[in-house]
Write a protein that binds this ligand. Sequence first.
Ligand SMILES: [Zn+2]
Length: 223
Amino acid sequence: MTPSNEAASLRGENSPWETNVIIDESRNRIRERLREELEQVCWALTRILGRQSRWSGFADLSDDPNIRGAKPFRCDIVINAILASQAERWRTLIHEMLHTFSEGYQPLDYMAFRGWEEGVVEQLQRTLRPAVLAELGINLDEAVFTAVETDHEYEEYVRALEEMRESLGEESLRFFSRLLAVPIRDRRQSVFEQGMALPTVRRRAFLGAYSSGDAILKTGTRR
Ligand SMILES: [Zn+2]
């Protein structure tokens, strides 16, 4: 501490140095809490999905306002520093953690089939969230999450996949958790083959949902 900082400190004022230490400490506490929460989410998802996560066990905060959550391909998890202290974060923690359970999660396949990954992960997040939070003993009003989800960036992907699922007549958890276990690059073909095994009349309805949905999952938009 410099003499002038010491004087400020004696006057009960925070020096810039002390302020930085306080900010660093609180940031470290948030990061550590986040890591513990992610660990709990990871355990719950492992039990529910019966699959192993590839999460590195490392969590970090980002100040980028464009990032809510991210799962770099090295398998760390990064969460927006402001979101990290809001109740709504749970949906992001579950979403990012689900990527670590996804088969074939690697850059080239992800970029080529982004909708087939983000749509699957996001709809699984919505489907599994109540069970995950119940297992963690967390009681939150669903409105906290639905406000974000009505205008979600992956909404188009979710709807495209939901239309395919409905035409296949498969239950949501079964359909999406099965797809998570299929390598990203093979998901499209896997759903197509499932549809082609349907009786003729239902197959026609499936092909309608599949061709319009596939276009969205490739381009990410109906427009
Ligand atoms: Zn994602």
